[in-house]
Design a protein around this ligand. Structure first.
Ligand code: DX5
Ligand code: ZN
Length: 218
């Protein structure tokens, strides 16, 4: 069954605890937390202090997406803040293998993320080391952007690569996901769908989850 990860970037931050509780009640499988530094991406969002707060607000896994330059110096902070999955961008980590090892040695699941223009083959020598690959289907930095359809083929290629290597790496797709495009993303091989605006800008979170699951058929 496909997993749904609402991105709190589009939540009402004045009521963040309630928003997370509502996402949990609606059937979210994990909470996606977008960390942006104003360097790797043009936007600045939230950091480890907020992750620490969210940790107290939910029992769901916290899926922390680091859109930050040179993430090594911050891994420890997010581990201590209570992240369960820590994902770094291949474009941002100079010594990606070491960064991934640090995350794993901290007892957390490690993920790597690819921007839309970054090829799948850049994962060749790291894939077996990670629990998940986050395929960006928008250029990172903002919620509410349009889904880039070329990412579908990328997900398909990645799925094949994972299967050929006999791995059980999860594929997460992030950006512009709505109930009406979720099926082709899942059919291509996605295991986790991140939904920011599609989830939090809807009037009824449970209805979005229901509609998405119905369309995807899983
Ligand atoms: C974009 C973030 C996404 C974003 C998704 O940089 O990584 O997680 O919140 O938002 P939507 O679903 O609105 O594209
Ligand atoms: Zn994200």
């Amino acid at each position: 069954m496909v997993m749904i990860a609402p991105s709190i970037l589009s939540a009402d931050f004045t009521r963040l605890g309630e928003e997370i509780a509502a996402a949990e009640r609606a059937g979210a499988d994990m909470i996606h937390v977008d960390v942006m530094d104003g360097h790797f991406v043009p936007n600045i969002s939230i950091g480890q202090v907020v992750v620490k707060g969210i940790r107290k607000a939910t029992g769901l896994p916290l899926d922390v997406h680091l859109m930050i330059e040179d993430p090594d110096g911050y891994i420890c902070d997010f581990v201590n803040a209570g992240a369960d999955i820590i994902t770094v961008h291949v474009e941002a980590a100079t010594h990606l293998h070491r960064t991934v090892q640090w995350i794993k040695e901290s007892g957390k699941k490690a993920g790597v993320s690819l921007n839309p223009a970054t090829p799948i083959w850049s994962l060749e020598n790291i894939l077996s080391e990670v629990s998940l690959v986050l395929v960006m289907s928008v250029n990172p930095g903002f919620g509410g952007q349009e889904f880039i359809p070329q990412c579908i083929e990328k997900v398909r290629t990645l799925k094949r690569m994972i299967q050929e290597k006999g791995l059980n790496t999860l594929i997460e797709v992030d950006g512009g996901i709505k109930p009406d495009n979720a099926k082709e993303v899942v059919d291509a091989g996605a295991d986790i769908l991140v939904m920011g605006s599609g989830f939090f800008n809807s009037g009824d979170y449970a209805e979005v989850v229901r509609e998405l699951r119905e369309r995807v058929g899983a």
